[in-house]
Write a protein that binds this ligand. Structure first.
Ligand code: ADP
Ligand code: MG
Length: 245
């Protein structure tokens, strides 16, 4: 297994990405340009619909790449605050569920213990969970289940384990995960997990991936629980008593 240092060296690669992105964007852009030139020159050709379809697919690819980076490119707009886990996960499932249902995938969330709040930038963390769930859905072309197990660990962290029943990942590929542009998908960006590692690192958390070919994959995110502020709890108690009267 890989040391933490190697992982953070990988994260440092993100800083050198500008050149890589430009390169990756240039390929679909060149393709778009070529087809648009063709359509322009032969506008009365019946094939032009097909060309336009390819243009749209390539545009979608650029959109996906840029979309992943927008999340990382907004560090100044982040609002880090104490956040309840349940409503956050409910939002995430609501956001991804239409795609899941279309692909015959059912997502179940189970809370194994009472879950303390976490300190996070909500939108970034949602992005992490959505990227993980998307990968799970994409790993099950015939559909299946994704189980999300949430618990407080005895060390006082909050653990989120996402387990799919998908194709799995070869052991020797696991250290590659999180490297920019590593993808096995025809329409993949290879940026989803890199984004996850980067965001979880920002949150002083950890991300582990365990997988078995033909059986499935578990992606586990560990985040520190928010420190308990005594005063606030006391206020809460009084508040709940008042509510009951
Ligand atoms: P992308 O999804 O665009 O390919 P990611 O960074 O999200 O990029 O994932 C990189 C690669 O890791 C995927 O192409 C796939 O090979 C592998 N992978 C990630 N999650 C899973 C999973 N749950 N099951 C199987 N393979 C996975
Ligand atoms: Mg992905």
């Amino acid at each position: 297994t890989e040391s933490l240092l190697q992982k953070s060296e990988k994260l440092a690669v993100v800083g050198q990405l500008a050149a890589g992105i430009a390169h990756e964007i240039r390929n679909p852009l060149t393709s778009i340009k070529g087809f648009i030139q063709l359509v322009h020159a032969e506008i009365d050709q019946p094939d032009h619909k097909e060309f336009l379809k390819i243009v749209l697919i390539e545009l979608e690819r650029i959109n996906a790449i840029v979309g992943e980076f927008l999340v990382l490119a907004k560090p100044n707009a982040v609002k880090i605050k104490k956040t309840d886990v349940k409503p956050l996960l409910e939002d995430v499932v609501a956001l991804i569920n239409s795609q899941a249902i279309m692909d015959n995938v059912q997502i179940n969330v189970a809370y194994q213990t009472p879950i303390p709040a976490i300190v996070c930038e909500e939108n970034q963390l949602k992005q992490v969970f959505i990227n993980i769930l998307k990968n799970g859905i994409e790993a099950m072309p015939g559909g299946g289940f994704i189980r999300v197990e949430v618990e407080e660990t005895k060390e006082g962290n909050v653990s989120f384990a996402f387990t799919d029943q998908g194709v799995g990942i070869p052991q020797d590929r696991i250290p590659t995960l999180g490297e920019p542009f590593y993808t096995t998908k025809e329409k993949g960006t290879g940026l989803g997990l890199m984004t996850c590692f980067k965001i979880i690192d920002h949150h002083k958390g950890k991300l582990h991936i365990k997988s078995e070919i033909g059986k499935g994959t578990t992606v586990r995110v560990l985040l520190p629980a928010a420190p308990v502020i005594q005063q606030k709890d006391e206020v809460k108690k009084v508040w709940s008593v008042k509510q009951e009267e």
